[in-house]
Design a protein around this ligand. Structure first.
Ligand code: APR
Ligand code: PHB
Length: 389
């Protein structure tokens, strides 16, 4: 088989890039390790920056999102019983779009399949050959049969545990990591959200987040110990702890119900540099991970896809390699700012095991300043809605 851009990974990054390139007549093949249903079974965040929404529109995959999404002009931050709202629209003129990653990925799959996009599921043993040459190729197997794809470029969209990042030699790669001493226990329920916008809460018992997928489906998180196991938490235990971490007026109006999904995720910050090696380009979780506090996971994937898509367009339409040559530099410049925002909001809103009295006073002073200072709220809002590409 031969294609112009071979894409490893059928998650949001790989599918969005494939659909965008298809719309410009650039041929791609997506290799996905799992099945479509398995990929769609992953429960992930759903806060989209306007830049992501614009990309979905350019990809021609925004119809259902536009019809079903919820627009948020701000968010609420609580510190104990004190709450305040940060008004994104007043500070930036922008909002964020609430639309679940599962639905967004489903829309991308539907769009690819509607035009006969080439997606190979259940692939195994993907190996990238000659990434540092002008004629890379992939080998892989499916149903026990060995396969080969010759291509002009490889997009490594295969997530944190994929093969792409590992293909870049250790003497070329530089990795930066911070692991946080707690996790997030998340619960999905078919109950009405407790508030029309998100509520991020820093309580003496730890962090909590009230989010949503629709007006009838809610997503909640509480900070938990890394030694916790999801089977240790009954639904009732979760709801009771969540209530303890919310301001009283919020806790009193919380509607609880049976969990559809419940899981624990660890928190880490991680970045690989460079994000390009020869004709291999890393995108999304293959190159970087953020703690979910700043809702940047999906949005940093879209950030990379924006730069790689435009770089490949410049190459194929104008014969100019400037965009792909500067891909790593441009993508990382925006990624590091998203990493900083995600790291700073995680430090602002969580209780750390080793925090002493002074540390707590610093955290309180940070939140008090954010509550009282319009410029500080504007900085938060600019980062939350998404910095310019
Ligand atoms: N071969 C083929 N496919 C692979 C391989 C491999 N060796 N390794 C991983 N994959 C697939 C995974 O099965 C997954 O479907 O690559 C896809 C990577 O998707 P994601 O992990 O979702 O990463 P990305 O597309 O960059 O999207 C980032 O997803 O994990 C969330 O919080 C993250 O919201 C962010 C978004
Ligand atoms: C979610 O809805 O899953 C979500 C929202 C905002 C975050 C993290 C997760 O910061």
């Amino acid at each position: 088989m031969r294609t112009q851009v071979a894409i490893i990974g059928g998650g949001p990054s790989g599918l969005l890039l494939s659909q965008l390139l298809h719309r410009k007549g650039i041929d791609t093949v997506v290799l996905e390790r799992k099945t479509r249903d398995y990929v769609l079974g992953r429960i992930r965040a759903g806060v989209l920056e306007t830049g992501f929404v614009d990309l979905m529109r350019e990809a021609g995959v925004a119809e259902r999102m536009d019809a079903e999404c919820i627009i948020h002009d701000g968010t609420v931050i609580a510190f104990g019983e004190k709450q305040f709202r940060i008004d994104f629209r007043e500070a930036t003129g922008e909002s964020v779009v609430i639309y679940g990653q599962t639905e967004l990925t489903r829309d991308l799959y539907d769009a690819r399949e509607a035009v006969g996009g080439k997606i190979v599921f259940n692939v195994e043993d993907v190996v990238i050959h000659g990434a540092d040459t002008d004629a890379p190729h992939l080998t892989y197997s499916v149903d026990g049969a060995e396969k080969r794809i010759d291509c002009e470029f490889v997009a490594g969209c295969d997530g944190f545990h994929g093969v792409s990042r590992q293909t870049i030699p250790l003497n070329v790669r530089r990795e930066y990591e911070k692991v946080y001493p707690f996790g997030w226990l998340g619960l999905l329920s078919d109950t009405p959200p407790v508030h029309e916008e998100l509520i991020y809460s820093n309580s003496e018992r730890g962090f909590a987040l009230c989010s949503q997928r629709s007006w009838t489906r809610s997503r909640y998180y509480i900070q938990c110990s890394l030694s916790d196991h999801v089977e240790d938490w009954t639904d009732q235990m979760f709801w009771n702890e969540l209530r303890r971490r919310l301001p009283q007026d919020v806790a009193e109006r919380l509607v609880t119900g049976k969990s559809i999904e419940k899981s624990i995720a660890p928190l880490r910050s991680f970045v690989t540099e460079p994000m390009r090696w020869g004709r291999l380009f890393l995108c999304g979780d293959a190159a970087h991970i953020v703690p979910p506090t700043g809702a940047k996971g999906l949005n940093t994937a879209a950030s990379d896809i924006h730069y790689l898509y435009h770089g490949l367009l410049q190459y194929y339409e104008e014969g100019d390699s400037e965009g792909i040559d500067r891909y790593s530099e441009k993508a990382l410049a925006r990624i590091w700012k998203a990493e900083r925002f995600s790291w700073s909001t995680t430090n602002l809103l969580h209780r750390f095991p080793d925090q002493n009295g002074f540390d707590l006073k610093m955290q309180k002073a940070d939140i008090d300043f954010l509550r009282e200072n319009r410029e500080a709220q504007s900085v938060f809002a600019q980062n939350y809605v998404g910095l310019p590409f």
